[in-house]
Design a protein around this ligand. Structure first.
Ligand SMILES: Cc1cc2nc3c(=O)[nH]c(=O)nc-3n(C[C@H](O)[C@H](O)[C@H](O)COP(=O)(O)OP(=O)(O)OC[C@H]3O[C@@H](n4cnc5c(N)ncnc54)[C@H](O)[C@@H]3O)c2cc1C
Length: 418
């Protein structure tokens, strides 16, 4: 005899939301979370601010950001899209605001408020939440999941929603359990790969620049003498390389190109100014400080943290007087601003990826309901399915939209079977 209509495995954004939606439909819902608390990954989203969604209400345009497979999200977006997401949070007392580039964030507070709101929603709708409860396995017989094994015993339920996320940031609880259960029960898996991942560089100085935020810069990735990706926006150096939104968004193309040969980044710190205009500015700056040492004349041009590095890379002696700098030296120095070349040696470790691409093959999921086509009473939602978007709030919207469909359909079919 089932005590629950629906058991949701995974207390991230997709699982919490799916559980609340299912309970709102009247289902008896249990949510199992392996960690001591739900939402560990949600708490680190958007640098603690949580980029909840992206300001594009047209489902057709929104799903275009998910690449070739994006259309699979249409039903989910028509059922619970960006406007519904904004309403959901605002009606529960968390005003949202649109920021640069269409990103939507809480107007006050951050991830802790978002998580609290989701937990309140789940509890108010009657979801029972059990934390520190890692599901060990799903036992499948006759095309249905019959039981769920946990350290505290065997559970029975009518419907199961798996929302165990991807593989990145394993300290947040993601270890690929859902992928293993999906394959064991006959689903095809698109090999999970790190996506939205920082890059490693052939450079010994990135550590020194950890606190430097590069705003409004341009980056072009070159492979085989051809530009393969180009972005404008924000980036920053990491312990071993470079990260930030524009780098993450190029990382999939760079990952693919690296399999065929080297990739080089061309960093333009002054994309709004042509190389000629920048050289004129440099000439004026050097003339204004003609009797100063070169290294002491750069604070109008460069953030303090970058000065020692640029002096070193330009190979101009730090104590050379500005008036004796040659044209060749000046052009070499100027090229660091407009055409700084950085050799990519690889991707950062998979654990540092923002998301995991690949996952349960969409061909094995009915994307109108999120129900498995292989196992009758199994639903998938969130990062573990084979869909991933760029930075900007797309990946959380994927959780809200597919979580809604999974929760609604698991609950309504569960009820009708009683
Ligand atoms: C640093 C960082 C910043 C990000 N910022 C943003 C952002 O601002 N906007 C955005 O749209 N996206 C962002 N993302 C991506 C976003 O966090 C993910 O897409 C999202 O968390 C996926 O949600 P999910 O519910 O599918 O999985 P998760 O959030 O990974 O949750 C899965 C849950 O399942 C639990 N679990 C796993 N196995 C078991 C098991 N065997 N038994 C029980 N429980 C289990 C885990 O402990 C975890 O709590 C960011 C990601 C990172 C890493």
């Amino acid at each position: 005899m089932s005590v629950y209509d629906v058991i949701v495995i995974g207390g991230g954004p997709a699982g919490l939301f799916a559980a609340g939606v299912a309970a709102e439909q009247g289902a008896r819902v249990l949510l199992l979370e392996k960690k001591r608390r739900c939402g560990a990954k949600l708490l680190i989203t958007g640098k603690g601010r949580c980029n909840i969604t992206y300001d594009e209400e047209d489902p057709q345009l929104f799903c275009g950001h998910f690449g070739k497979q994006g259309k699979a999200l249409l039903t989910a977006l028509y059922s619970f899209g960006v406007a519904a997401t904004v309403d959901f949070f605002e009606q529960r007392g968390l005003p949202l605001q649109r920021e640069r580039g269409g990103r939507i964030f809480p107007a006050r507070g951050g991830t802790a408020e978002v998580l609290k709101l989701l937990l309140d929603y789940a509890r108010e709708t009657g979801v029972e939440i059990k934390t520190s409860c890692p599901v060990i396995s799903l036992n499948c017989e006759a095309g249905r999941i019959q039981t769920i094994e946990t350290p505290s015993g065997t559970l029975r339920t009518e419907k199961i929603i798996v929302a165990t996320g991807g593989l990145s940031y394993p300290q947040t609880g993601c270890s690929g359990d859902g992928y293993r259960w999906a394959t064991a029960s006959g689903h095809r898996l698109i090999p999970p790969q790190p996506a939205l991942v920082p890059l490693q560089l052939d450079a010994d100085w990135t550590q020194d620049l950890l606190n430097l935020n590069l705003k409004n810069v341009g980056i072009t990735a070159w492979h085989n003498n051809k530009p393969i990706a180009e972005r404008f926006g924000e980036a920053f150096f990491t312990r071993h390389g470079i990260g930030g939104p524009i780098v993450l968004d190029m990382s999939a193309q760079i990952r693919d190109a690296l399999q065929h040969g080297p990739v080089e980044l061309q960093l333009d710190l002054k994309p709004a100014v042509s190389a000629d205009l920048f050289d004129q500015r440099l000439q004026r700056e050097l003339a204004a400080h003609s009797n100063r040492n070169f290294a002491n004349s750069l604070s109008g041009l460069l953030p303090q943290l970058l000065i020692p590095l640029f002096v070193r890379l330009s190979e101009i002696p730090a104590n050379k007087k500005c008036h004796s700098i040659t044209k060749e030296e000046r052009l070499r120095f100027g090229s660091l601003f407009k055409n700084w070349r950085l050799q990519v040696t690889g991707l950062d470790t998979p654990e540092r990826a923002i998301i995991t691409s690949g996952g349960v093959n969409l061909a094995d999921i009915d994307m109108r309901t999120m129900r498995s086509k292989v196992i009758d009473n199994l639903y998938f939602t969130g990062e573990m399915i084979d869909l991933d978007g760029p930075t900007g709030g797309f990946n959380l919207q994927l959780c809200w939209s597919t979580g809604y469909l999974a929760g609604f359909n698991a609950a309504t079919t569960a009820r009708s079977s009683f």
